[in-house]
Design a protein around this ligand. Structure first.
Ligand code: ADP
Length: 313
């Protein structure tokens, strides 16, 4: 209630699927810019935001890291909309850099720098039992100094509470791991690691790696590219609620040779790390912590210093 009076709302910065984002200034010091993200509340739920949701999101205010978009404040408005006051990051996102093939050139050292920032952010969250659950290039914002910042914890919540069943309907389809596509209700940081792997692949090929148009097609793409999940490579998978795989054939689990062609520009260590993030069985997938101690970070080339990273004009 008094939280919202701390900010002066300015012009609209952009509109997304679930939110409108405005520029804002701190009333006490108008030189301080923020972004105010007003979450659109669906009419059907117009009795308002569950106090729960506000409490849950407030928890994210504690999550402070150089590579995570700072959440300054959360409040609900009189008309029952939820407003998030965020760090102001007007330089676009990683998706814009990946897509702008005409103007933006980047190489293995730049990919290593961006991936390092992403992996540190994710490991930091996982250490605190927070899953992001919607990692994709469009949720990685670029700060003025070149720092990459993980944004949009709209779906994030603590996985520390074992009594709340988690919904499987999270994560934009292309970045969604097989356990969620199969309807697993108990999942781990592995869901984020899979998404990180797909961001890694996309940075390299500059195209979405597994762009399924439907969930069924998404599963088909995963099977063809990475292998058909079976009891042999993923014990228990066939018991998941929505386990269905293409029946025309059982695709073998992809080996190193399948990755070296399309992804070889990041070197054999890079390919090794990529393969470990895209392991079908979430229990055998690398953890975000283990990603940080991988040999790739120490292999040549060294990551580009952030101030030298390519940017859009
Ligand atoms: P989407 O993820 O679909 O782009 P968002 O609701 O996250 O939608 O954001 C909508 C737009 O608002 C973005 O495209 C961007 O232009 C702008 N925006 C989002 N977050 C920030 C921020 N922290 N600082 C500045 N602009 C932002």
């Amino acid at each position: 209630e008094e939280e919202k009076n701390k900010y002066i709302r300015g012009k609209e910065l952009g509109e997304g699927t679930y939110a409108i984002v405005y520029e804002g200034r701190l009333r006490a010091d108008p030189t301080q810019l923020v972004a105010i993200k007003k979450i659109k509340v669906q009419k059907e739920y117009s009795d308002g935001i569950a106090p729960d949701a506000v409490r849950e999101i407030k928890f994210l205010q504690e999550l402070r890291h150089a590579n995570i978009v700072r959440l300054h404040s959360v409040y609900s408005t009189r008309d029952q909309n939820l407003c998030l006051v965020l760090e102001h990051l007007p330089r676009g996102d990683l998706e814009m850099l990946i897509r702008d093939t005409a103007a933006v050139r980047y190489g293995a050292a730049d990919i290593k720098a961006w991936m390092g920032m992403l992996c540190r952010a994710v490991a930091f969250c996982h250490d605190r039992a927070v899953l992001h659950r919607d990692i994709k290039p469009n949720n990685l914002l670029v700060a003025a100094d070149g720092e990459l910042k993980l944004a949009d914890f709209g779906l994030a919540r603590s996985c520390a509470d074992p009594y709340r069943p988690m919904t499987a309907n999270v994560i934009t389809r292309w970045y969604r791991p097989p356990e969620l596509l199969f309807g697993a209700r108990h999942y781990t940081g592995g869901v984020d690691v899979w998404s990180v792997g797909l961001v890694f692949a996309e940075l390299i090929i500059r195209n979405p790696y597994l762009p399924g148009n439907t969930e069924v097609e998404q599963i088909g793409l995963i099977c063809r590219a990475l292998g058909t999940p079976t009891e042999e490579n993923w014990p228990g998978v066939t018991r998941l609620d929505s386990y269905t795989v293409p029946t025309d054939r059982v695709y073998p689990v992809a080996g190193r040779e399948n990755f070296l062609g399309p992804f070889g520009t990041v070197g054999s260590d890079g390919v090794d790390l990529l393969m470990k993030t895209l392991v079908l069985d979430p229990r055998r997938r690398i953890t975000s912590r283990a990603m940080l101690s991988h040999a790739w970070w120490h292999a040549e080339p060294r990551p580009t210093p952030i101030q030298d990273l390519p940017r859009r004009n």
